[in-house]
Write a protein of this length. Structure first.
Length: 289
């Protein structure tokens, strides 16, 4: 049944009571605005409309639980199509936002380094000679990340572009699509900041959750159904039933229309009524799309 639900458009899924309840329990009175943003994100990305639509909902819920906007143009969170599913990818602005919420950072930054700007770098002592006015071309050679805590502790790292590419090729599932293709520098800065914060910065529960869920591809459901899988399957079936009912229900305008409809039904031969009932039953049994 989950396969059928995967094809129900997000714009219809967010109207189902159980999805609305799930969003409301996480977002409260902001749930409707979030649902509208999600529909807009899918409408703006043709590829997202082709993947498992429940994976789009689940990926968006990662942003919801972390209280990050999903507008792709803002750079806090991306929903990236990968092998038929949507994958949540947190942007560097998302990590900055999560770090700021800890209240422990005095300053933080990450920048793109162009040819001619970096004079020297000592990875042991973290002494770096960076000249922002020394740029001699638009060739990107690396990325610098830096933070300083209110306590006084600070950290600086430098990654070459080649190191970033090697990291992307090793760890990113959707390396040939999505923001790695369209916003390489932003993803490179995100990689530097994520590594810097997770290795050397204070880790809040929220930050740990973000790292765990970032770029995680939704898993297939096991064929051997566990109790958790059974619950998910039941919920999926309920969603399908609700969706089928919502598609079958047709609003009638005015009492006159009701009267005409009732009269037409009453005037039908008995056999025709049976045929109509059978047609209605067949329609309900068809996949809701």
């Amino acid at each position: 049944m989950s396969t059928s639900l995967a094809k129900v458009p997000v714009k219809d899924l967010v109207k189902q009571d159980k999805i609305k309840q799930m969003l409301a329990s996480t977002l409260g009175n902001r749930s409707q605005q979030f649902a509208t943003s999600l529909v807009s994100v899918v409408n703006e990305n043709y590829q997202l409309g082709k993947v498992d639509q429940m994976s789009v909902i689940n990926s968006a819920m990662v942003a919801a639980t972390l209280d990050l906007p999903i507008n792709q143009n803002l750079g806090y969170m991306w929903l990236v199509p990968y092998k038929g599913k949507a994958t949540p990818q947190i942007g560097y602005k998302g990590y900055i936002q999560l770090a700021q919420r800890t209240g422990k950072y005095k300053s933080m930054n990450a920048i793109t380094v162009y040819e001619g700007q970096l004079k020297s770098w000592n990875p042991l002592t973290e002494d770096i000679d960076y000249d922002p006015n020394g740029k001699i071309s638009n060739k990107v050679i690396g990325y610098i990340g830096y933070f300083k805590l209110i306590s006084g502790f600070g950290k600086t790292v430098y990654w070459t572009k080649e190191e970033i590419e090697a990291h992307r090729d090793r760890f990113s599932k959707a390396k040939s699509d999505g923001p790695w293709k369209t916003d390489f520098d932003a993803m490179a800065i995100k990689t530097v900041l994520r590594s810097l914060l997770t290795k050397w910065g204070p880790m809040s529960t929220e930050m740990a959750e973000a790292v765990t869920k970032d770029e995680k591809v939704p898993q297939e459901v096991d064929t051997d159904e566990s109790d958790a899988d059974k619950t998910a399957s039941d919920t999926t079936q309920e969603l399908l039933d609700d969706y089928a009912k919502s598609k079958k229900a047709k609003p009638v305008k005015g009492e006159e229309s009701n009267a005409k409809s009732n009269k037409a039904t009453a005037d039908k031969p008995k056999d025709d009524n049976k045929a109509g009932d059978q047609a209605d039953q067949d329609e309900l049994l068809q996949p809701p799309f």
